[in-house]
Design a protein around this ligand. Structure first.
Ligand SMILES: [Zn+2]
Length: 309
């Protein structure tokens, strides 16, 4: 039985991270989740789909019995990963859309084929139950050209709005207005370039050169507003990723670098503050200041301090 998400202390800081598939929470922003969970923030991951159409990327796991029972295997992997990260997690119950080839239609009934408003309803209900001050998801490109990632962005934005609107979903929980919405800037070109350069300078073979060669060096569409120091949690992040054993491709470029170099050259996970009802946070972002806390501007309010500033 799942414990209701609303059982924790009502005044706690609460962080909701919305992802498309099991394993996305471990490859994008995982060290941030682990850091906040370790600090006592109530962290909840919402996973839109079961990852049923994901390929088995790890040859060691690519066995007929695994492929035949992939939905169960991925639920078990997710259960292990959330334990490692120290967070709670809910599936929203949608079916993975898979990665259609060019011109191929989406499978019938899959997550990305649903109308956004309808698909946002379970997440809106979860937001009203969990009452997160901070919500994190992908930007409008999905950060990765998978239809479920783009849909996750659309559904999250719609759910944040619907959860706050008393006219929407009446009778399904008290309206809840989150204070901040962030987008991941994980696995950026700049991140790959910094690691590749550092490895090359140190004479460490880098598998990132090929990837970078095919990646136009255009300025990022979204500004970095927020950097979360989480190098101490990289080992937890890695363990959580490895728990998704079917999804760990040996030697994949984003995992094949020395962690001491990563801690030295890129010890943060980075975000774009997309929406904020916290005036100071918006001002800091507009002025080019970089936040170092997803709850910047919210701690005084939530923790009941007076006159903080
Ligand atoms: Zn995914």
């Amino acid at each position: 039985m799942e414990v209701p998400v609303s059982t924790r202390h009502p005044d706690a800081l609460r962080l909701l991270s919305v992802h498309a598939h099991p394993d996305d929470e471990s490859s994008k922003g995982a060290a941030t989740l682990a850091r906040y969970a370790a600090e006592g923030v109530d962290v909840l991951v919402a996973t839109c789909t079961g990852g049923e159409r994901g390929s088995v990327l790890n040859p060691a796991m690519d066995r007929p019995e695994v492929r035949a029972d992939i939905a169960r295997v991925r639920r078990e992997e997710m259960a292990a990963a959330r334990e490692i990260l120290g967070v709670r997690q809910r599936f929203l119950g949608f079916v993975d859309s898979g990665m259609p080839g060019p011109g191929e239609p989406l499978p019938e009934g899959c997550f990305a084929a649903r109308p956004v408003e309808l698909a946002a309803a379970p997440l809106a209900a979860l937001i009203r139950e969990f009452r997160p001050q901070v919500v994190v998801t992908y930007d409008e490109t999905g950060g990765y050209p998978h239809p479920d990632h783009v849909m996750t962005h659309q559904v999250t934005v719609a759910a944040v709005e619907a959860a706050a609107d008393p006219q929407r979903h009446p009778g399904q929980g008290e309206p809840w207005q989150g204070s901040k919405l962030y987008y991941h800037l994980a696995l950026s070109r700049a991140w790959f370039q910094a690691l590749h350069t550092a490895m090359t300078e140190r004479g460490v073979p880098s598998g990132m050169g090929e990837l970078l060669a095919g990646w136009p060096d255009t300025p990022p569409a979204l500004a970095t507003t927020t950097r979360i120091a989480c190098a101490e949690q990289f080992a937890v992040r890695d363990a959580a990723m490895l728990a998704h054993a079917t999804q760990v491709q040996p030697g994949v470029a984003f995992m094949a670098h020395p962690r001491d170099i990563e801690r030295e050259v890129w010890p943060t996970e980075d975000y774009h503050l997309a929406r904020s009802l916290v005036p100071e946070a918006g001002a800091a972002a507009a002025a080019g200041g970089i936040e170092t806390d997803l709850f910047a501007g919210l701690r005084a309010e939530v923790e009941g301090e007076v006159g903080a500033g």
